[in-house]
Design a protein around this ligand. Structure first.
Ligand SMILES: Cc1ncc(COP(=O)(O)O)c(C=O)c1O
Length: 280
């Protein structure tokens, strides 16, 4: 079973403009399966199955971490990649080097990735494999996130920000929240109301809040102002972010709480630094 290389997660207290921000450095826990990926994969990739498979785009942090996790546990693995067009990306090259088998799917086939008949066809072609959904979003992943968040033991009045892609990590953390704590979800794109409603309905004892992106913000797209803000932050604090999740969402949290918040503010650095190679 996967276990964190460090059993203590470092927390850096920095000053971002007027806000004192505690950054929970989950990005530092492992050089390859870093950030929230450990939490989502640790209960998913075990000795229960011989071979594992999952799905994602050609730059996906999830695919990358999945492949390294399988390599650590000596598990043969398959990654089903969205789109037959793009050349090998740094992410896919790393997966090949881990002996992961890459199967590219047309957009039409990819749309059916979670269909059980489709998965059966792939098993007939490539052999038995346990499928983990796109983005690693399943119940075991939520349990992994819940377990780690409980072990953090943050102050009873903490405000904690975390980036949102599928919302799996947020939902897992919500379950571990204490009564007077607030969990702030920061979507990496403009999230539509049904998704926000679903996230806010997550099981919790604490308070849930979503700070959405602006309605023109798209997934994995950053404008020049956002990029410069991220690069200036990295230069000043010597902490790397990445352009898809943390590089956008950290500043949204800080701006929202810029007016002297008396409660301690935390941001969970969910890793994903491998993704920098595609854009920077
Ligand atoms: C670096 C990073 N942060 C945050 C997230 C969002 O996680 P989730 O999909 O569980 O909402 C992801 C995606 O998995 C990610 O790669």
């Amino acid at each position: 079973m996967l276990s964190l290389n460090k059993n203590h997660t470092e927390i850096d207290l920095i000053q971002v403009n007027a806000t004192a921000l505690n950054i929970i450095r989950l990005d530092q826990n492992d050089p390859f399966v870093c950030g929230n990926k450990w939490l989502k994969l640790s209960l998913n990739i075990t000795d229960q199955h011989e071979r594992y498979a999952t799905f994602g785009g050609p730059h996906s942090n999830h695919l990358h971490a999945f492949s390294y996790a399988c390599k650590l546990l000596n598990k043969p693995h398959f990654v089903f990649v969205r789109g037959i067009g793009p050349k090998d990306t740094p992410t896919l090259i790393d997966i090949q080097n881990n002996q992961g088998q890459i199967i590219r799917l047309s957009k039409k086939d990819y749309a059916q990735k979670h269909d059980t008949q489709m998965q059966q066809r792939w098993q007939n072609l490539y052999g038995d494999m346990a499928f983990i959904p796109e983005g690693g979003d399943n119940e075991l992943a939520k349990q992994g996130c819940q377990k780690w968040f409980s072990s953090l033991n943050l102050p009873d009045n903490a405000i904690v920000g975390v980036s949102i892609g599928t919302g799996c990590t947020f939902t897992g953390f919500a379950r571990a929240l204490k009564q007077n704590q607030t969990l702030v979800g920061l979507p990496a794109f403009y999230a539509h109301q049904p998704m926000i409603d679903e996230l806010l309905a997550s099981d919790t004892k604490g308070t849930l809040k979503i700070l959405n992106a602006q309605n023109h913000e798209r997934f994995a797209k950053m404008d020049d102002q956002q990029l410069n803000q991220m690069l200036a932050f990295e230069d000043q604090h010597k902490i790397l972010l990445e352009p898809v999740y943390t590089g956008k969402t950290l500043f949204r949290l800080v701006e929202h709480y810029s007016k002297q918040e008396s409660r301690p503010i935390y941001f969970i650095h969910t890793g994903g630094l491998q993704g920098r190679r595609a854009t920077l």
